[in-house]
Design a protein around this ligand. Structure first.
Ligand code: PEP
Ligand code: MG
Length: 328
């Protein structure tokens, strides 16, 4: 089987009926970029910029950030890299970035993290924006904001990037040729205001790790709960279906970048719901591509749509039956 996946490296992720699915990889370190060559993925769909902050004893200086981003883009060549601005705080607390009041957080995942922290300590976000904009000089910059709960948070982060871009214009510095702005949908509340959010976006990325924990109120790191809440549950599938339909309606590309997309059956469900971009762990690229190349998309869409509507069988069993019939 492994040899088959290696042979699959140079084949495109295209369904039997000819629909191209974008298969990207998740990364966070400079060395992770090697996975692009190894897997022949379409790009990096999630670059977790906080890794550099987490392994550093002090706040990484702007020049250091810029060097990393430029190295990553250079190594990726023509393939796009979607940089996610820092998702720190909460359970990824940093000694050099404490909250002022020394508040002990009982629920750090729902606490002062990601955009909540970055918009308050906006010096941090300004420096990161500058580093990304300068690193992407002469290329397209793809950037997305984590843990957006309300549209104004996207506006505020977007404004910081545009201010920094303006600064570079005034200083006659070389700019990115284009900037694509995205938001992550990880907080369920955001799904209720997509009509307001989507017109502002160039793309949306669903983070199923956090989304699942918030949808079920179930800690993603809790060993007892991991077994209990299945990604192939009706609530999650319907939730994602709603988001995908809203994005289709607004012509905003939508992808999934949580771990759900790296599991073959779950990825099949997502493709059946209309997701056309998956960003996954490199080891999953082979198996997921094999699945994509084996399915007939109209048939899969019908199957998944009926399954999610009628729920006559357990989704896992129903998808397994479809996979077997497709020879997966
Ligand atoms: C997610 O929450 O699904 C996600 C991709 O982000 P992270 O795992 O870094 O929280
Ligand atoms: Mg997340």
């Amino acid at each position: 089987r492994r040899a088959a996946f290696v042979a699959m490296r140079d084949l495109p992720p295209v369904t039997k009926d000819g629909t191209r699915i974008e298969l990207m990889v998740n990364a966070g370190l400079r060395d992770d970029v090697a996975a692009l060559e190894a897997t022949n993925a379409d790009g990096i769909g999630l670059f977790r910029t906080e890794f550099q902050f987490l392994v550093s004893a002090t706040l990484p200086q702007r020049e250091k950030q810029q060097r990393l981003y430029r190295d990553v883009m250079e190594a990726a060549g023509d393939r796009p890299v979607i940089f996610r601005t820092v998702d720190i705080g909460g359970d990824k607390a940093l000694p050099y970035l404490r909250n002022d009041d020394e508040i002990e957080e009982e629920n750090p995942a729902m606490g002062w993290r990601a955009m909540r922290l970055a918009l308050e300590r906006d010096g941090l976000l300004k420096a990161q924006a500058r580093a990304l904009l300068e690193a992407a000089a002469g290329r397209t910059l793809h950037v997305m904001f984590p843990m957006i709960s309300e549209p104004w948070e996207f506006d505020a982060a977007h404004a910081i990037f545009e201010q920094q871009r303006q600064l570079l214009v005034e200083r006659r510095k070389m700019l990115p040729t284009a900037i694509r702005y995205g938001a992550m949908l990880e907080v369920p509340a955001l799904a209720e205001v997509l009509d307001i959010l989507l017109p502002k976006l160039d793309f949306l990325s669903i983070g199923t790790n956090d989304l699942t924990q918030f949808l079920f109120a179930a800690d993603r790191a809790h060993p007892k709960l991991a077994e209990r809440y299945d990604w192939l549950s009706l609530a999650i599938l319907r939730f994602i279906q709603r988001i995908v339909r809203a994005c289709e309606g607004a012509s905003v590309p939508v992808g999934v970048c949580g771990e759900m997309g790296g599991r073959t059956l779950e990825a099949m469900a997502l493709v059946g719901l209309g997701v056309k971009r998956l960003s996954i762990t490199p080891a999953s690229v082979g198996p997921v591509k094999a699945m994509i190349r084996s399915v007939d998309l109209p048939g899969l869409r019908d199957h998944v749509t009926a399954m999610v509507r009628d729920m006559t069988a357990d989704p896992r069993a129903s998808l397994l039956a479809f996979a077997e019939a497709s020879g997966i």
